[in-house]
Structure formats: structure tokens, C-alpha cells
Ligand binder design. Structure first.
Ligand code: BTN
Length: 237
């Protein structure tokens, strides 16, 4: 079943995520999208701030998936695969896109997009921030890695929503398997050392339902469902 996206664009908001959470509670339909040209209090995961000056894409999508709360974490992968597909249409082949568990998109190892999923009442707010021309320190801008002169924000938003419509329908109609395979095919750091809040080990992939699989020094496989993951060669963000 395709989503009918209705985009509401604002010049400036504290956070599109806060706004969409209010709209979930007010009963607005799935596919309602709030975009802000800038955010004054952009929110990242774990209560971090999300750098939100003019020039990047900031949007939150209202979703009401037909799934248990336990499966809703799979939305991170549904969204990441869609963002990757949209970025692929503009990415210069010299640069490499990868997906970092659970919901970051990297180009050449630097963050280009962050995804935040929050439950509110009987729905979800899916927040997506893509650095297009104004990245924070240490991150990358899409404009610096594209084959085109520049990536206009609104057409890129529409490409991303079209891709999200496809990955979301695939997930709702057929389950997680194809999303999981698409994500794994682009995953960052499989078979490399990682540190997680549950300990250190080797990143061995994704479980059938989306948990990170960590192989411990003793050879056991642990399923990790939340918390940050750091690859040995990186600094913490
Ligand atoms: C992360 O920490 O990686 C997730 C960042 C999510 C940022 C987006 S921008 C649009 C939406 N509004 C917010 O305040 N946050 C999300």
C-alpha cells in the first residue's frame, strides 16, 4: 500500500520532530511530513543536539505502521535504505556510501545523514536530517560528493520520499527480509572490531529482526538492540 505524502514546509521551527509528535497525538494521517528550512532546537539521538542551519534537509514523517512496538525499530533500516537509494542518484562514483548500525548514513566514513525514530501515542515520528550544504565539523555535505554542481534541497527531499514510499511498502507488505539484505549489502564495518554498551567484539551482521550481532572473544553471538556502536578505528561522535 503506497503512502500519500503531504509535505508542510516551514521557514523555521524549533524541531520538526517535536511538531510531528504533536501531530501524531492529534490524529493526523500517515504520510504527513513536516520540513523546516532551519531548526532552532534540532534534536539528535540520545538527547544530543542536531546542527540545523539553513542549507540542509530537516524533515519528520508521521507513520502508523502495522507492526508491534518490538518490530518498529526496523523502521530505522527502512529509512536508511531509502536515504541510501536517494543519495545514490547524486553520488559521484569516487565516493563510497555505507550504512552504520542502527541508523546513520556515512560517505567515505563521515556522517551525511542521521535518523531518529520516536514513538508517540499510536504512531511514530521518523526524523531525517541530511547534510546537503552546511555540515557540522567532522561530517560531510552531499554537495561536496556529488557529480552535479549542487543538490537542491526540495527535489532531493522528493526523491527521498519516493524511495521511502517504496521501502516502507516493501516492509509492510513482505516483512523485513529484503530490507535487511539491502541494508547489509551496504553495511559499514561488517567483520570489524566494535565497541558497544554491552561490550567489545566483532560486528557479524544483523539478526533476522534487526539486532546487531556481536561476536564476543569467547565466540558467543550477542544480539544488541540499542545503544551506540563505535568501530575501533573511529573516535566517538
Ligand atoms: C542522529 O542523532 O543521528 C539523528 C538526527 C536526526 C535529526 C533530524 S533533523 C529532522 C528531525 N528533527 C529533529 O529535531 N531531529 C530530526
Amino acid at each position: 500500500m503506497a503512502i500519500d505524502f503531504k509535505v508542510h514546509t516551514y521557514a523555521s521551527l524549533p524541531s520538526t520532530q517535536h511538531y510531528v509528535k504533536e501531530l501524531v497525538a492529534e490524529g493526523l494521517p500517515e504520510g504527513t511530513v513536516v520540513q523546516a528550512i532551519e531548526q532552532r532546537a534540532g534534536k539528535g539521538r540520545h538527547g544530543r543536539k542536531w546542527f540545523s542551519p539553513m542549507g540542509n534537509l530537516y524533515m519528520s514523517v508521521l507513520l502508523r505502521p502495522d507492526c508491534d512496538v518490538a518490530q518498529a525499530g526496523q523502521l530505522a533500516f527502512v529509512a536508511a535504505v531509502a536515504v541510501a537509494a536517494a543519495i545514490d542518484t547524486v553520488l559521484d562514483e569516487k565516493h563510497k556510501l555505507s550504512l552504520k548500525w542502527p541508523n546513520d548514513i556515512l560517505i567515505d566514513g563521515k556522517k551525511v545523514c542521521g535518523i531518529l525514530i520516536e514513538k508517540e501515542a499510536d504512531g511514530y515520528a521518523l526524523g531525517i536530517g541530511v547534510n546537503i550544504m552546511a555540515p557540522p565539523d567532522g561530517a560531510v555535505a552531499l554537495n561536496d560528493v556529488t557529480w552535479d554542481i549542487q543538490v537542491p534541497v526540495h527535489p532531493f527531499r522528493d526523491k527521498l520520499l519516493a524511495a521511502l514510499g517504496e521501502t516502507y511498502s516493501l516492509w509492510q507488505d513482505e516483512g523485513f527480509a529484503k530490507i535487511r539484505s539491502a541494508w547489509l549489502a551496504q553495511a559499514h564495518g561488517v567483520d570489524e572490531p566494535i565497541k558497544t554498551e554491552k561490550g567489545e567484539g566483532i560486528f557479524r551482521g544483523l539478526s533476522e529482526d534487526g539486532a546487531l550481532q556481536l561476536e564476543t572473544a569467547e565466540g558467543a553471538i550477542l544480539d544488541i538492540n540499542s545503544g551506540d556502536v563505535y568501530f575501533a578505528a573511529e573516535d566517538k561522535e
